[in-house]
Design a protein around this ligand. Structure first.
Ligand code: MG
Ligand code: MG
Length: 267
């Protein structure tokens, strides 16, 4: 069953989404070489709680931290431990906040120091894929329009689209129906209607799309050891179109809430 959200519920999620966005923004801006992942996690938990939220991930199916930190070949669900960031690392941070009973979920990748041009391109294309997926979430469209837009852009650049993990509905629970694959033919599946809230989250790889889970039962890495990037937003569908509830105003273009793909990106 898909739990559609009322305007009142979307407003709560928007306020919670601001906590998620501002915390993620601060973490992305301060992460640097010499900093441990555990230190970033501690800062995240403090910031979320100080803002009146609860870190959704902490204790979720036993997850031991408030954020996921995924470095280089780690795709998602990396546990923030003792690893100390190094120049050239590609870091993905995934964060969820529960606020007044509703969840917002967001992720972004960033380079620590100087990244290789290939790694920079992977990050850029992954973020563009997310924005194109969001732009494809339109009233009257179909669920698979989103994944199709993501896949088309990522594969046009020669990258892999992870199949083993998907986006999801979000609201009272972090993971609600429907599942939101990052691939597929357009025009299939659920009819998109105002009130639908989704976490759209392309996980894009430099090489093949196969992944495996490490012995800690959380950390998901690329099977071929190549880099991965991950961007995610919580998005509400309104009569006017998609509305990003976790927009980071500092790091993203001010018009991103009304993002429309340019001909250049869509090609
Ligand atoms: Mg997430
Ligand atoms: Mg998610």
């Amino acid at each position: 069953m898909i739990a559609m959200k009322s305007p009142r519920e979307i407003d709560i999620m928007r306020r919670g989404g601001k906590i998620t966005a501002s915390t993620l923004s601060a973490l992305l801006q301060t992460a640097r070489a010499g900093m441990s992942l555990r230190e970033i996690d501690r800062r995240a938990e403090r910031m979320i709680r100080d803002a009146g939220g609860v870190p959704t991930f902490k204790g979720y199916h036993g997850f031991p931290a408030s954020i996921c930190t995924s470095v280089n070949e780690v795709v998602v669900h990396g546990i923030p431990g003792d690893y100390v960031l190094e120049d050239g690392d590609l870091l993905s941070i995934d964060i969820g906040t529960t606020y007044e009973g509703y969840v917002s979920d967001s992720a972004a990748s960033i380079g620590i120091g100087t990244l290789s041009p290939d790694a920079e391109r992977l990050m850029r294309v992954t973020q563009e894929s997310l924005m194109l997926g969001i732009a494809a979430m339109q009233p009257g469209g179909r669920l698979s329009d989103i994944g199709h837009a993501v896949q088309r852009h990522a594969e046009a650049h020669g990258f892999g689209v992870v199949r083993a993990l998907v986006g999801h509905g979000v609201g009272r629970e972090m993971h609600e129906e429907p599942q939101v694959p990052n691939w597929g033919e357009p025009g299939r599946g659920l009819l998109l209607r105002p009130g639908l809230c989704l976490a759209i989250e392309p996980m894009i790889t430099q090489g093949a799309y196969e992944v495996k889970t490490l012995a800690d039962r959380w950390t998901v890495v690329t099977a071929d050891g190549k880099l991965a990037a991950h961007f995610e937003h919580t998005v509400a569908l309104t009569e006017e179109g998609p509305r990003i509830l976790t927009l980071r105003e500092i790091l993203e273009h001010p018009d991103a809430a009304n993002y429309r793909p340019t001909a250049e990106i869509a090609a």
